[in-house]
Design a protein around this ligand. Structure first.
Ligand code: RTP
Ligand code: MG
Length: 148
């Protein structure tokens, strides 16, 4: 089954939105396969956001994502990568539709609550950057039969 990497950013943690975010993906029918509260090192932040290295906001982005604890997660389900991106909403919360996480809780592009992998390649790369194989849990859930 497809897996994605999602992360409540430092602003989401400080604003008590961990539960809200987890609730949305749980209620949707996705399965949590790994989760941890952690502070991202500079080195990990630069690797994670490597694609934005040349962008003018790169320094700010790294400073922000390392500024406090994040809640890192792996979620599993059919088409979870694209569906999670839809549930997050557009990068800029001012353009994100209501009922999306960024549309409901964010105001500025720099503090947009949540990160989610944007492709199967990013998901694989980000899961292995943040999680050891032993931290990914494989298990059966009774509700699967009512979702698939
Ligand atoms: P993310 O990687 O965090 O899930 O967000 P995303 O795919 O929707 O957006 P991306 O283009 O990958 O940008 C990464 C993060 O950089 C910040 N950003 N700031 N100041 C700006 O113009 C600007 N543009 C992007 C956002 O916080 C975005 O989530
Ligand atoms: Mg991105």
């Amino acid at each position: 089954m497809e897996k994605t990497f999602l992360m409540v950013k430092p602003d989401g943690v400080q604003r008590n939105l961990i539960g809200e975010v987890v609730k949305r993906f749980e209620s949707k029918g996705f399965k949590l396969a790994g989760a941890k509260l952690m502070v991202i090192s500079n080195e990990l932040a630069e690797k994670h956001y490597g694609e934005h290295k040349e962008r003018p906001f790169f320094g700010e982005l790294v400073d922000f994502i390392t500024s406090g604890p994040v809640f890192a997660m792996v979620w599993e389900g059919e088409n979870v990568i694209a569906t999670a991106r839809q549930m997050m909403g557009k990068t800029n919360p001012q353009e994100a539709a209501p009922s999306t996480i960024r549309g409901d809780f964010g105001v500025t592009v720099g503090k947009n609550i949540i990160h989610g992998s944007d492709s199967p390649e990013s998901a694989e790369r980000e899961i292995s950057l943040f999680f050891d194989e032993s931290e990914i849990v494989s298990y059966n859930k009774q509700d699967s039969a009512w979702i698939y």
